[in-house]
Design a binder for this molecule. Structure first.
Ligand SMILES: NC(=O)C1=CN([C@@H]2O[C@H](COP(=O)(O)OP(=O)(O)OC[C@H]3O[C@@H](n4cnc5c(N)ncnc54)[C@H](OP(=O)(O)O)[C@@H]3O)[C@@H](O)[C@H]2O)C=CC1
Ligand SMILES: Nc1c(N[C@@H]2O[C@H](COP(=O)(O)O)[C@@H](O)[C@H]2O)[nH]c(=O)[nH]c1=O
Length: 376
């Protein structure tokens, strides 16, 4: 099971704070928004908060609506989503409400933190991921071992900042509340540091009582061989484009998108686009760009099928077109089988010339779907 879909959820003041400096939790959401948050919780497999939030807010993290809990049970799900926290120190209060309400709980921690949690007698599933707490290891364990497909992260600021900066957040749900905190020492929504470049994509705005919900998804491709949430979003689009190909019994249906380092979509294409019976998806997309476009050098090509290394229809295969365009990163879902051309897989060619190739097998079924009739 791949990483879960990671949804960051928070309410923020007009001046960008998550809380004030007082001892009580600041209610930024109103009743309607807390009910919306309850609905998002009910639709999640797990809810995660950082240890800072556990210490400050003493949250319960329940699904409060009895109807929503009943609907979960009717679907064969546990009544409550799994509750998850992360701590390096292991310094958590065994009397916190987190442990004594709701369903299953898990704590991700360091080797040292696990010792401390044992000393404290905290009876939860304690997962030590090593000397350091590394988010990819946490998400991998949640997906692979706990079967979590949808993870709601309810803060706090440090956790949100890390997940966003590391390109691991699939979606940000931000409720902006009509009030000011005005205290420089209060916790901020996002800390300083290196964020993915460019602009996120706004997918929804909605008034919820007197707050405004904004939903954003990341756009900036990852770098190197590590995949980010934005890489998955773009590859999913490439797979959707493959569905638009005119049907063929003699060629694959493939979709491709070319995305600049700042998340700007440069071009897209699909097989046999525009009445050309032999054009490949990557070729169709590249043909829409000026060969001198300086953004190509930092761009990523997303292709539902890996770019070809050989083809019978035209002299230059897509791996060569990509390299000649100056692109040095490719994300794909499906390694090319020998259906039409032997040894057509272009990954070797790309890697040999210094490109990074990332294969995300969780999208393979999606990429092969429009090609089922060709695969025997
Ligand atoms: N308005 C809203 O929607 C929300 C507001 N909040 C507010 O946010 C504030 C808390 O935020 P914040 O203080 O940033 O705390 P966080 O909840 O982000 O937790 C931070 C803690 O989590 C652990 N942790 C996180 N990442 C790592 C990592 N990579 N490696 C090791 N440990 C890690 C550490 O625990 P340890 O110290 O144990 O090692 C760290 O101190 C509170 O004031 C709360 O009210 C919180 C959630 C939502
Ligand atoms: N203050 C605040 C939020 N705070 C979040 O809600 C958690 C408390 O959950 P519970 O104990 O189940 O009610 C808390 O730990 C923090 O993660 N969330 C929001 O949507 N809006 C808000 O204004």
């Amino acid at each position: 099971m791949p990483h879960p879909y990671v949804l960051l959820s928070a309410a923020v003041s007009l001046d960008g704070f998550l809380d004030d400096t007082g001892p009580d939790r600041l209610l930024l959401s109103g009743p309607a928004d807390f009910d919306r948050v309850d609905e998002v919780r009910a639709a999640s497999d797990a809810i995660l908060v950082g240890a800072g939030t556990l210490r400050t807010d003493n949250p319960r993290l329940l699904v409060n609506s009895a109807e929503r809990r009943a609907a979960r049970v009717a679907e064969g799900l546990p009544e409550y989503p799994l509750k998850v926290t992360v701590t390096a120190s292991g310094d958590l209060d065994p009397d916190a409400q987190f442990w004594h309400t709701g369903g299953e709980k898990a704590v991700y921690t360091t080797d040292k933190g696990a010792e401390r949690l044992r000393e404290l007698g905290i009876a939860a599933d304690v997962v030590a991921v090593g000397a350091e707490l590394e988010w990819r290891a946490v998400l991998d364990h949640l997906g692979r071992v706990k079967g979590v497909r949808r993870l709601m992260v309810e803060g706090g600021g440090r956790v949100h900042t890390q997940l966003l900066q590391q390109g691991l957040a699939d979606e940000l749900q931000l409720a902006v509340a009509p009030l000011f905190v005005g205290q420089a020492q209060a916790p901020r929504m996002f800390g300083s540091g290196g964020y993915p470049p460019g602009r996120m994509r706004l997918v929804e705005t909605r008034p919820v009582g007197d707050v405004v919900l904004m939903r954003y998804v990341p756009t900036a491709p990852g770098t190197g061989r590590l995949a980010t949430a934005a890489d998955r979003h773009w590859l999913a689009l490439a797979c959707e484009l493959a569905d638009r190909c005119p049907p063929s019994r003699t060629a694959f249906s493939v979709g491709a998108v070319i995305v600049a380092a700042d998340g700007t979509e440069l071009a897209r294409g699909h097989s046999r686009e525009g009445g050309d019976p032999v054009v490949h998806a990557e070729e169709a997309a590249l043909a829409k760009l000026d060969a001198e476009d300086p953004r190509l050098a930092g761009a990523t090509v997303y292709s539902s099928l890996e770019p070809c290394a050989r083809r019978t229809s035209r002299p230059r295969p897509c791996a060569r077109l990509i390299l000649d365009a100056g692109v040095r990163r490719v994300v794909t879902a499906w390694r090319e089988p020998d259906t039409f051309v032997a040894a057509a897989d272009g990954s070797g060619v790309l890697v040999a010339e210094g490109a990074d190739v990332v294969v995300l097998p969780e999208y393979e079924a999606r990429a092969t779907a429009p090609n089922r009739h060709l695969l025997g």
